[in-house]
Design a protein around this ligand. Structure first.
Ligand code: ADP
Ligand code: MG
Length: 477
């Protein structure tokens, strides 16, 4: 009966070396307040100077989503008071953002695609950070983050489920990391999102009242938070109440959303153009040049993978989800001697499962693409079967050494000597006269039973192809 409507505001930290309006470093993890200069501290008498690199990165993003990159954009002051905002205002863009009207396709579960509109993307500075934990009865303020360049990417309310929202967020993540304009590190807060959620009766045109879920920094939490919020809103309406427009916080420990402030308490930011900064003007030439040097985009890479490596679209999608995935895969294909399909199955299957279990990034895989390539070689040259390869892989993952080391030390080399296989087969046939009768009477399925027995007797080491062939021969004899 109900339809959910979702729009996301994603904050991507731009990967510049210095801040958006000062020369202070943006490196993560420094001692508090060691990377905040006079400009970031908001001391009187200083003037901001725009970092051209941030503009270049924002423009690249605009080009990559087919948006209008504004030839003229304007920085505005967003006024509010908070201890981590010493100037009393955040420099952002309001009426004239640098990027407007783009779009991005996401793939849905059924294999179809859906276009999500990107309303705008604007440049702004990040605020500092209040530290509540280390000081009893006091709050610390760390201004290292103040002035860090952000690109706020605002979507149209085009998503209809938590799954779609996550698919969109992953797409944006893949895009900004491929463009190398954001490191995408969600733990460090380089990529985070506010989710706006409302519900309406199916078929109704008008949007329902929305709640905004603030600052969610993992794909899993975004999905959970949105689903909880949808349920909460439907419950309210069905029990006769009204959803109020408010900002809510998602608590991942309790798996619930909580009210932070209502619309009535919302700030009036009194935006006005920042008199310290000139409007940003971008020339056609600058854009033409950027366009020419745009790296391969995830969408293009996916199309190339499907074509060049003959992959299924779903697999190609997974393998181009991040530059690190694509890099791993392409190195693996090379190292495995061009076994593109086998390599794809391994990355999407066994490797992904291991990474997932440890919540580990592919860039930090315990088995490198080169090492895995050597393992795949052992399958293609028949040293081991695909099944045994999984065992070898797990041992490699656990640090037992290279594929060769594990195969030797565990004695996993495949049995390809037909006389040895024949001996096992003879024993199995002798021990199962009833099943032999059945096979000879035309019950083909029994062959599977015999294959299973032989493989078991050889601890999985007999070459499956040979086993099949020899079994048929002997059973029909
Ligand atoms: P604000 O500036 O108050 O955050 P915006 O109008 O800029 O509000 O919208 C912010 C985000 O909220 C956008 O991504 C937009 O798509 C989304 N949004 C707006 N209205 C709704 C709604 N009724 N339901 C869900 N999302 C919405
Ligand atoms: Mg908002």
């Amino acid at each position: 009966m109900w339809e959910a409507v979702i729009g996301l505001e994603i904050h991507a930290q731009l990967a510049t070396r210095s801040k958006i309006f000062s020369g202070a470093s943006t490196a993560y993890g420094a001692e508090p307040n060691t990377q905040a200069c006079a400009v970031d501290l908001g001391l009187p008498g200083v003037l901001p100077v725009l970092n051209k690199e941030a503009v270049r990165m924002a423009a690249m993003f605009g080009l990559a989503i087919g948006a209008n990159v504004s030839r003229r954009s304007v920085f505005a002051r967003k006024n509010y008071f908070y201890p981590d905002l010493p100037k009393g205002y955040q420099i952002s863009q309001f009426e004239l953002p640098i990027v407007e009207s783009g779009q991005l396709d996401i793939e849905l579960g059924d294999g179809s695609t859906k276009t999500i509109g990107v309303t705008r993307a604007h440049l702004e500075e990040d605020a500092g950070k209040s530290l509540h934990e280390d000081f009893q009865g006091m709050t610390g303020v760390d201004l290292n983050r103040a002035g860090t360049p952000l690109l706020e990417i605002v979507s149209e309310p085009d998503m209809r489920s938590a799954k779609e929202a996550v698919a969109y967020m992953k797409k944006i993540h893949a895009l900004v990391t491929s463009l190398e304009i954001c490191d995408g590190n969600m733990q460090e807060g380089s990529f985070r999102c506010d989710a706006n959620v409302s519900v309406r009766p199916k078929g109704q045109e008008e949007l329902g009242t929305r709640a905004e879920l603030k600052n969610i920094n993992s794909f899993r939490f975004v999905e959970r938070a949105i689903n909880i919020e949808i349920t909460r809103q439907i419950d309210i309406i069905e029990s006769g109440g009204k959803v109020v427009q408010e900002t809510r916080l998602y608590d991942s420990d309790k798996n619930e959303t909580r009210s932070m402030r209502s619309k009535e308490e919302a700030n009036d930011y009194r935006y006005f153009p920042d008199p310290d900064l000139l409007p940003v003007e971008i020339t056609d030439e600058f854009l033409k040049d950027l366009k020419k040097n745009l790296p391969e985009l995830p969408q293009e890479k996916k199309a190339r993978f499907i074509e060049q490596y003959e992959l299924k679209p779903e697999d190609a999608g997974v393998l181009t989800a991040s530059p690190a995935h694509a890099r791993y895969y392409e190195v693996l294909v090379e190292a495995s001697g061009g076994e593109a399909r086998l390599a794809a199955n391994w990355v999407v299957g066994t490797l992904a499962a291991m990474l997932n279990k440890e919540n580990r990034d592919i860039a930090n895989s315990r088995v490198s693409a080169g090492e895995l390539g050597l393992l795949l070689n052992k399958i293609t040259d028949n040293t081991i079967s695909g099944k045994i390869a999984k065992e070898v892989f797990e041992a490699m993952w656990a640090g037992e050494g290279s594929a060769d080391d594990v195969i030797e030390s565990r004695g996993l080399r495949q049995i390809t000597d037909s006389s040895e296989i024949e001996k096992i087969i003879d024993d199995i046939i002798a021990a199962n006269p009833e099943q032999v009768e059945q096979f000879r009477a035309g019950k083909e399925k029994v062959l599977g039973f015999f294959v299973g027995q032989v493989m078991k007797a050889s601890s999985g080491k007999a070459n499956p192809g040979q086993v099949n062939q020899l079994l048929r021969k002997k059973l029909s004899a």
